[in-house]
Design a binder for this molecule. Sequence first.
Ligand code: NAI
Ligand code: MG
Length: 486
Amino acid sequence: MSKNNNFKATWTYADAPESTDHIQIKKQYELFIDGRFVKPIKGKYFDTINPSNQEKIASVAEATSEDVDVAVKAANKAFKSWSKLSGKERGKYIYRIARLIQERAREFAVIETLDGGKPIRESRDIDIPLAANHFFYYAGWADKLEYAFPNRKPKPIGVAGQIIPWNFPLLMAAWKIAPALATGNTVVLKPAETTPLTALKLAEIIKESGLPKGVVNIITGAGETGASIVNHPNVDKIAFTGSTGVGKFIQKAIAGTSKKVTLELGGKGANIIFEDAAIDQAVEGIVNAIFFNQGHVCCAGSRLFVQESVANLVIEKLKRRLETLIIGNPLDKNTDIGAINSTKQLKTINKYIKIGLDEGCEIYQPECNLPKNGNWCPPTLFLNVSQSHRIVQEEIFGPVLTVQTFRTIDEVIEKANNTPYGLSAGVWTQKGAKIFNLTQKLKAGIIWANTFNKFDPASPFGGYKESGFGREGGLHGLKSYVKFDD
Ligand code: NAI
Ligand code: MG
């Protein structure tokens, strides 16, 4: 590195792509119903593409209401014996699934990255290990439900219809399936239409694990398939993660039925930096809060609040940090920001960037060479924004951060809570007392202190207000899958 070269020009990395030789992807995927891979009744298929180059990866079966019916029947039938199996026996199968995910972790990580566009570093180090951990964690609970609910007799609910999004495909499947199985329910799960492949790979593992047929059914398709699950009369519980709009639709659809429901919807998390915070760590925290997974994170820290006395310093350091982020090939181990998941989502993000500009906000984007094909969005800051701006109020679900300042604790609490959502928040300060004060007053399901986007299977996750209700993870996550006679 020559001394006279400027910083940016010298800070280049050699390509470090993860290999794909060991990956087995079929040309066409069928529905996993009653322990077998079966063709969809109407014979329709859709493509799943790689969003980093727009190339087709595979054809995937599109389940119609007829297929949903077959899957629900299989789940219903399997429920009769699965719900009577001892917790210890159920646990064995769940442990087996967890170990098989671990064994195939590399394959899962590469497929997750190919199908959804997230950096391999994240799918390898976060999504896949956490998915396995989730199965391990709930496997441990399967024979200990009497301790989870002392003096009560928890019973499984029945058939759980589970609909998951595209931002953490395998992880969301694990969040949904593991607690359902641990408590003796059976499952019909639908992954999102842009990222079905790791759920189908999971179906292969489930088959290999010897799990009794019909206990887990995985069917693919888009919104209509999801709606057929929601509306099926023999589905006893709906677990949904996705947009607030669809969450509202689900609530309307099941009103007046005895179906139980948990909804994990959108967010607009506040990330609050106090003047006494460790500034360099806080800057890393800001980056992790909003640029992790291209900002396709319901609990992202998408609204930054910096105390006025350190605002200039933090913004300057943040801009400099943004210049070093590497955007591009998600399969490259150096990549920090991968591809936007779909053309539809990129359009939404670009729509909001335009709204921000039209509303007169100041934009900052570092210079970066975006690849030609595929869906890309540079990390983006909006400065000089206020509470009333749409980009501050509405979920963008991309690598776009709004930056506001504050002077007092009361002011920042009021601003942070002034949102229709209530999923996450972050607080950066040296003072424990300040952390406890804020965590009492911020209306958010998850609040991180001096960190952000930390997940653990033992920790409950969920929201308030338009972010939904019910908790996933931890002991709380078992509750959504049991009922009591008493
Ligand atoms: P979406 O809510 O339409 O998709 C999530 C899942 O719901 C997918 O599996 C989809 O097939 C299914 N679905 C769609 N319509 C349905 C219906 N009527 N009944 C049952 N299931 C249905 O989300 P979309 O359109 O992909 O993204 C739109 C916005 O939603 C994003 O910009 C983001 O703001 C938010 N979102 C939030 C997520 C979260 O983790 N909370 C995840 C994905 C999106
Ligand atoms: Mg895809």
